[in-house]
Design a protein around this ligand. Structure first.
Ligand code: ADP
Ligand code: MG
Length: 863
């Protein structure tokens, strides 16, 4: 046991004081040893004293210093979990799962006591003491239990990521904590963050009148030398490959961490690196070693030809190095900064073409020593890869890391690397702060990230690759300095860093449409969202756009023009309240709310579940804006047949999802799920998420709607034609602001232009036409009126092109009924005479109207 543990803070007279008791934890000696190496352990006493004496505390510390894994344990040992729970929120699901498992392991407690809860799954039990969850989950809990009465402490982790939900939680908790205090049941709040821009929380009078104390965890960060590139290549994936090769060939021991922007790039680079440096498990003990996934026969063959090459054993050097570091760590901190590795000259780390930042390790001498002048290249010089590969025959243990990767595969980054291999992890920005990968010494930073940008008014999104912020780049570099002095190779020039990188990333809340958030906050009784203490408030246009979309959806009352002057926001309708109960976007909530008829609910539940989960269907080889060539997407034919005829066909892409998920469920009940997914191009993890969401939505409906008893049927029969027609109407009711009409080709004389606009649609609130995505099963039919799930822009050379996808055909006369607020009624026709419907007690009459801002004529419709 660590010595510091027994000397707990003396109880002070302050009212916030927590009476400390000591709850013992029985850790294994291995875990205990690893813990003692974490910087935060040295600060335990100070951290706990500050928390005991203050209701709100901010803890900032370098990534990897042990905040997430250790702080919950400190609190547990100090008795915070005795009567109520310790809650920890994470913006990323990956982190919530991984961290709960790690903490359970370290504390030697079952997962029923240290548990996690994310949107689709969890292992929380009544015995749970420490609960890791996503920030969205806690926000939902506040809706039903405003004072969070089950918790004694809430830790908001990764607050620097500025995720929308964490931002709101900070605002809400700044008010909940004093309320709990008043009731004599104090709640502690700990805001944890990497060492970035903490002032948004500390020096923010809207949030905290008295700034909460800020604890900085002294990180034992070793110096990291930054190497800029002289030029900034466009193809950063190719450049990352070259750089990784060079590091592996020319530089001593130490793991490599490569940052690229997305899953595809990660996989592409992993494949390429594995092919170049194959790992060939020794046949004798192959079974004991972790298997390498995706190792195809080709790789094995390549490996076989290398097998007679002697692999030089680097263990000895490493052992020495580790011991040196361990000894140094025991001595005073000031030595730490001076650690350099035995017999290794820092200049050795400089790769040709690098521009090493002068202030970290001064390089007086402009001239490099001769033996370091490698013949190799600078970025962009095309010298082929063959020359690069020759240097090192040592295998590279290459692992991918991104958020959609299954958790077993993610966990491999923590497992031991096979003997004789060097670790290389290719990651998206998941590895930037949420997960700390052990043994990294070299970081290769593409300097890019993928961001989803939304148009504030239309909600149109575009995935764009942008430069990261300076703060992110520095975080990434910091990953190299965890075990010893490290090196970060930036695939861009220092000029680009200085001129093109923002200081910090913008908080998410200022980037995304906020309607679900607004509805959720309104249903919690926060009427004036405008006055909410956000750490950084979303802008006015965004809030107004959200209010407008919610009104069109029918979730907020229509403001009468006479009321426009009062600043009281429009009230939430009953429909709005129902909508907000479902853990899905408001438009999907509305679809569920409308489905309690014609036995439609099982289908809508399934559809909404499938539409809420990312990338259920794998798209391969679909050209962005060209027709699908035969065989280009081997799944396309099948998908076309899933949406075969009549109203099925008109239901379009959602029908494909519905059939795919239904069939996958059935295959699953027969134990053939993975085979089915492979042959039909479904992502297995997504299928299981859809299933979980189906169960969750079904439970929600059974709880809230008294006259239905839904089940989750593994044999969901395809809908009848009549049901498919209703489903199209329900889709329209939810997507009423995403209506598009085919560009009329008849008026266009120019042949070329007609061809260009073959799949073009005008969207109700956009000027530029958008094109039907090639993956759509409705592309051949190209119906006149459609609703779409998503509109987005793609860069196409210098210009951009807008696409719509997730297409369903609609009939224009439905618009008056389902999206009345976007229709302009020109006149109500007297002739033919109004019809009275006895069953509904409604009067129908004919209406002459137009739709949307553009004023598209609607056929004379009955309303
Ligand atoms: P912080 O929250 O300050 O960034 P963490 O508490 O996440 O730091 O990490 C502390 C240490 O625990 C890191 O060195 C990390 O590598 C290690 N760690 C985290 N999860 C695991 C795991 N599953 N297996 C082994 N080590 C782990
Ligand atoms: Mg952490």
């Amino acid at each position: 046991k660590s010595q510091g543990k027994k000397t707990k803070a003396a109880p002070s007279t302050s009212a916030c004081t927590h009476q400390t008791v000591y709850v013992p934890v029985h850790r294994s000696s291995e875990v205990q040893e690893a813990r003692l190496r974490l910087p935060i352990l040295a600060e335990e006493q100070e951290v706990m004293e500050t928390i005991n004496e203050n209701p709100i505390v901010i803890v900032a510390g370098e990534t990897g210093s042990g905040k997430t894994t250790q702080l919950p344990q400190f609190l547990y040992e100090a008795g915070y979990a005795q009567h109520k729970m310790i809650g920890v929120t994470e913006p990323r699901r990956v982190a919530a799962i991984a961290m709960s498992k790690r903490v359970a392991h370290e504390m030697n407690l079952p997962e029923s006591e240290v548990s996690y809860l994310i949107r689709f799954e969890g292992n929380v039990t009544p015995a749970t003491r420490i609960k890791f969850m996503t920030d969205g989950v806690l926000l939902k809990e506040i809706e039903t239990d405003f004072l969070l009465s089950k918790y004694s402490v809430i830790i908001l982790d990764e607050a620097h990521e500025r995720s929308v939900y964490t931002d709101i939680l900070v605002g809400l908790l700044s008010r909940i904590v004093p309320l709990r205090h008043k009731r004599g049941q104090p709640l502690k709040l700990v805001i944890m963050s990497a060492t970035l821009r903490v002032t948004d929380f500390t020096e923010n009078e809207r949030l905290f009148k008295v700034p909460p104390p800020l604890l900085k965890v002294e990180a034992r960060q070793f110096p990291v030398t930054i190497h800029f590139q002289k030029r900034t290549p466009d193809d950063y994936v190719a450049e990352a490959y070259r750089k990784t090769l060079k590091i592996h060939n020319q530089l001593p021991e130490g793991g490599i961490l490569v940052f690229v922007t997305g899953q595809q790039e990660v996989n592409q680079l992993v494949r390429k690196l594995r092919r170049t440096f194959p790992y060939h498990p020794p046949t004798s003990s192959a079974k004991d070693r972790p298997k390498k996934a995706g190792e195809d026969t080709k790789t094995l063959q390549a490996a076989a030809t290398d097998s007679d090459v002697e692999v030089e054993d680097p263990k000895e050097l490493e052992f020495d190095m580790k011991r040196t570091i361990r000894n140094m760590r025991k001595s005073k901190k000031k030595f730490l900064a001076q650690i350099t590795l035995p017999k290794i000259n820092l200049d050795d780390y400089k790769l040709p073409g690098d521009d090493t930042e002068a202030d970290m390790h001064e390089q007086q001498d402009e001239e490099e020593p001769e033996e370091l002048m490698l013949e190799d290249d600078d970025a962009g010089d095309d010298d082929g890869e063959a020359g690069l590969i020759s240097g090192n025959r040592r295998p590279l243990w290459v692992l991918p890391l991104y958020s959609l990767l299954s958790s077993e595969k993610q966990n491999r980054i923590f497992q031991p690397v096979p003997e004789g291999c060097r670790l290389c992890v290719v990651s998206t920005n998941v590895a930037e702060t949420s997960l700390t990968i052990p043994h990294i010494k070299y970081v290769v930073d593409s300097g890019r990230q993928k961001t989803r940008l939304y148009d504030k008014l239309t909600g149109v999104s575009a995935f764009v690759v942008t430069y990261t912020s300076k703060a992110s780049a520095d975080q990434r570099a910091g990953r190299a300095g965890r075990i010893s002095a490290g090196h970060c190779y930036r695939l861009y020039s220092s000029a680009v860093y200085n001129d093109c990188f923002e200081a910090f990333a913008q908080p998410d809340i200022q980037m995304k449409p906020v309607e679900d958030l607004m509805l959720q906050m309104r249903c919690m009784g926060i009427d004036r969202v405008v006055h909410f203490p956000f750490p950084s408030p979303p802008d006015q246009t965004q809030l107004q756009a959200a209010e407008h979309r919610l009104t069109v959806l029918g979730a907020l009352e229509v403001r009468k023009s006479s009321e426009k002057t009062t600043d009281l926001p429009p009230a939430v309708t009953r429909l709005g309240q129902v909508i907000s109960r479902f853990p899905v976007a408001p438009r999907f909530g509305k679809m569920l709310a409308l489905s309690n008829q014609q036995q439609l609910l099982p289908y809508t539940v399934c559809l909404v579940a499938a539409l809420s989960v990312q990338e259920v269907l794998i798209e391969t080889g679909v050209q962005r804006d060209e027709d699908v060539a035969p065989g280009a997407n081997r799944f396309h034919q099948k998908r076309q047949s899933w949406a075969a005829s009549g109203n099925y066909q008109l239901l379009g892409d959602p029908m494909v999802l519905l059939r795919a998920v239904g069939a996958a469920e059935y295959a699953g009940s027969q134990g053939r799920l993975s085979e089915f997914c492979t042959t039909n191009g479904l992502r297995p993890k997504a299928v299981s998420e859809v299933r979980k969401l189906r169960v969750q939505l079904t439970n929600e409906i059974n709880l809230n709607v008294s006259d239905v008893e839904l089940g989750v049927d593994p044999e969901l029969k395809p809908p009848t034609d009549a049901q498919a027609r209703f489903l199209r109407q329900i889709l329209l009711a939810g997507m009423g602001d995403r209506v598009a009409r085919k560009v009329p080709l008849a008026d266009i004389a120019d042949k070329e232009e007609r061809r260009r606009l073959k799949y073009a649609y005008n969207c109700a609130d956009m000027e530029e036409p958008a094109f039907l995505h090639a993956s759509s099963v409705l592309r051949q039919k190209a119906p006149e009126w459609v609703v779409y799930q998503e509109a987005y822009e793609l860069q196409n050379g210098d210009s951009t092109k807008m696409f719509i996808r997730g297409i369903t055909a609609i009939e224009p006369e439905w618009l008056l009924l389902y999206v009345p607020l976007l229709c302009n009624v020109r006149e109500v026709r007297e002739d033919p005479a109004p019809r009275y419907d006895e069953a509904s007690g409604r009067i129908f009459c004919y209406v002459d109207a137009t739709f949307g801002k553009a004023g598209w004529d609607l056929p004379l419709g009955e309303v």
